[in-house]
Design a protein around this ligand. Structure first.
Ligand code: 5AD
Ligand code: SF4
Ligand code: FES
Length: 335
């Protein structure tokens, strides 16, 4: 597909159902009916960056900040494994409390639980990425957010698009499974630039692509912007599936936050992964990237049961393996 064809599909609201059905078929033919679950641990809401869209931005002084210590993090990981999760995702703001050494120690401990481990902790030095990989991390998730460089630099003050791209290249070179993705509906983001984003993700060869709607957060500079981007996000995700038929594509929490059936709509339109939140207690509410985040008042066990039932209700099954791209297996260590 070329850029014009992608723009046409993204713009065609009338034929959205047909597009999602086509993506659903491509999903089924290439990755089957299994839905892979990833237990998401939001272990720190402290961030050194100041992204205009994000509730965790450092200038949001109204948010109480937390980070889990190594003990708490390990306990959360253990409960998630006890619930049956075979992949854990450690996600946080860019919190430098987690030094190379501390983070490596955490990774080594968690890997003893025999899970696939994904990191989503932002931009770090090459030596950090290398150490984390050697400590046992299997996958890394970092959205490019947008490939419109001017837009990126307006929305992410002090950050560099080129640097972020280089981080993704380092991650790939180190042999991680690479996850990236974008937000859809950012202020002044054009359909053409979303088409470029999809072609970029295809070109760098992502193993996973997370696509979520932008949702305006009241304690950010973008508070007055519209958050009605669910359908464009679904179409974007469906086109991603057509472009990269066998990768992992999550039904994102942001979609669920805009519609009570958002993730199911996504699973029926090309997605094959869900990342239930396994963070416990108060921390769940405090990881407020955007308002109205789904499941903030629920427990990990409730969500695990809920999502299991929803997946069964659409005739799909929960993945029994680790769910790597092309069935790639995680590094497993002896405890
Ligand atoms: N709306 C939707 N998604 C957001 N993210 C951050 N802020 C928002 C928002 N206001 C997304 C970014 C980031 C991911 C962890 O959350 O894409 O990479
Ligand atoms: Fe920090 Fe990520 Fe939020 Fe930007 S999007 S402020 S890097 S947590
Ligand atoms: Fe959290 Fe349904 S997945 S309540």
């Amino acid at each position: 597909m070329n850029k014009n064809e992608i723009v046409r599909l993204l713009s065609d609201e009338e034929n959205e159902t047909a597009l999602l059905q086509a993506a659903d078929k491509v999903r089924k033919d290439n990755v089957g009916d299994e839905v892979h679950l990833r237990g998401l641990i939001e272990f720190s809401n402290i961030c050194r960056n100041n992204c205009l869209y994000c509730g965790l931005r450092r200038d949001n002084k109204q948010l109480s900040r937390y980070h889990m210590n190594e003990e708490e993090l390990l306990q959360t990981a253990k409960s998630a494994v006890d619930m049956g999760f075979k992949t854990l995702v450690l996600q946080s703001g860019e919190d430098m409390y987690y030094t190379r050494e501390r983070m490596s120690r955490i990774i080594e401990q968690i890997k003893k639980l025999k899970v696939a481990l994904t990191l989503s902790i932002g931009e770090r030095e090459y030596a950090d990425y290398k150490a984390f990989r050697e400590a046992g991390a299997d996958r890394y998730l970092m959205r490019i957010e947008t490939t419109d460089k001017d837009l990126y630099h307006r929305l992410d003050p002090g950050m560099s698009w080129q640097r972020r791209h280089e981080c993704l290249m380092m991650i790939k070179e180190l042999g991680y499974e690479l996850g990236s993705g974008i937000m859809v509906g950012l202020p002044e983001q054009s359909i053409e630039s979303i088409a470029d984003d999809l072609l970029y993700l295809q070109k760098i060869g992502v193993d996973m692509a997370g696509i979520g709607p932008f949702i305006a957060h009241p304690q950010t500079p973008l508070k007055n912007n519209a958050s009605n981007n669910l359908h464009l996000s679904l179409r974007t995700m469906a086109v991603m599936r057509l472009l990269l038929p066998d990768i992992n594509i999550p039904a994102t929490t942001a979609m669920e936050s805009l519609h009570p059936q958002g993730r199911i709509m996504a699973l029926k339109g090309g997605a094959n992964v869900v990342m239930p939140n396994v963070t416990e207690g108060e921390y769940r509410k405090l990881y407020e990237l955007y308002p109205g985040k789904a499941c903030v008042d629920d427990t990990p066990l409730h969500c695990r049961t809920c999502i299991g039932a929803k997946i069964a209700a659409i005739g799909r099954s929960i993945g029994s393996g680790y769910g790597g791209h092309n069935n790639r297996q995680p590094q497993l260590v002896n405890p």
